[in-house]
Ligand binder design. Sequence first.
Ligand SMILES: Cc1cc2nc3c(=O)[nH]c(=O)nc-3n(C[C@H](O)[C@H](O)[C@H](O)COP(=O)(O)OP(=O)(O)OC[C@H]3O[C@@H](n4cnc5c(N)ncnc54)[C@H](O)[C@@H]3O)c2cc1C
Length: 380
Amino acid sequence: MTIENHYSPTEIAQHIAQEVIAPLAAKIDREQRFPSEAFDALGKSGLLGLLVPKEFGGLGGSLSDLSAVTQVMGQACGSTSMCFLMHSVATMVIASRAQTAQQQEYLRSIAQGEKIGTLAFSERGTGAHFYSPEITANFQGDHIVLNGKKSFVTNGDHADFLVVVTNASSPDIGLDMLLVETASPGVQFTGSWDGIGLRGNNSIAVEFTDVKVPLHHVIGKEGDGLDLIFQVVAPTFILGIAGMNVGLAKGAYHAALDHAKARKYADGRALCEIQAIQFYLAEMHGSVESASLFVQNAARAADAGEEAAILSVMQSKIQASEQAIKVTNLAMQVCGGQGYTSALPVERYLRDARAGAVMAPTTEVLKEWVGKSVADLPLF
Ligand SMILES: Cc1cc2nc3c(=O)[nH]c(=O)nc-3n(C[C@H](O)[C@H](O)[C@H](O)COP(=O)(O)OP(=O)(O)OC[C@H]3O[C@@H](n4cnc5c(N)ncnc54)[C@H](O)[C@@H]3O)c2cc1C
């Protein structure tokens, strides 16, 4: 199923989710491995080029498309959705400022499904404050020499390229974003992912030892880093992860609903006939619907370039992660002891849903930004 058949990105994602992603979700989680089968299918379908402009062979998708696709994938498998999201955010950074021939060539390869990317922002020391990198970037002639370590790099050693945030050549200039090829000498991935959830997202550390990055791999102009973080990375990542969290909530709700209808007691009554369970089902249904509409509306406003979009975008991550945590908890309550075991997918949804709130920008940081925005205070 490819775009030539005139299917929308969401329809293509639904097809792959049903045929490839959902059937493997429990196995990916259990074996704690990267969803390679899903990425093969996504590459062949053209979806890895969702955010690559059409002029470079991509689908030219919008933020609404991204959040709809991560939602479909999140409902099927959180790990796959997260891996796809980080690839898409890295792609979007290059697509937004692809000035050099090399970067444009990169976009063509991404659209062909030949390259997987990710963001390497976080560092052990700076944590959620990824906008203050400690790794060193020394400008030497036509190269930048990188030394240091980034942590939590989703896709890890399955990625072909990284979008790395570094300090520019002088503090007055600010931050840079660099495209770094993982095959470059001096790039080494270490460790393995051992989180409670998203167990297939392969979020591991990468070390740079005297890695030479050509100057033409600076994305945009020198010093564009902070602008790229706020104008490109933030809306793309936030709307994508908000979509993913709505998907996780939806998946947990449907699993709990199916279980509540199917589970019968000795007297013939179904679980869903108990009023306490009906209340939980109603709460879950309301949370899923409201989070879904909130995210859709924020993505539409961002795509339309509306001035108020920024507030809705920030809120969409807060709302979607909080609702996903709430709904997956309620789903486990509905499913009881059976939900606590891997017999049902509810425990996986619950573990996966816990990541959204701690990923930068975290819920606390976003609440501070939203609070300052509504009170007309400067963010920094
Ligand atoms: C599954 C997963 C995948 C990830 N993938 C990537 C990736 O692909 N690329 C990447 O670069 N990073 C990635 N990350 C990293 C992530 O985005 C965060 O940077 C990281 O989780 C921060 O962890 P920390 O322990 O250093 O948090 P800390 O910075 O120590 O924060 C701990 C707590 O303090 C709160 N806190 C910190 N500062 C403030 C403040 N100023 N105001 C209010 N509260 C504050 C935080 O909200 C948080 O609750 C991933 C993380 C996870 C869990």
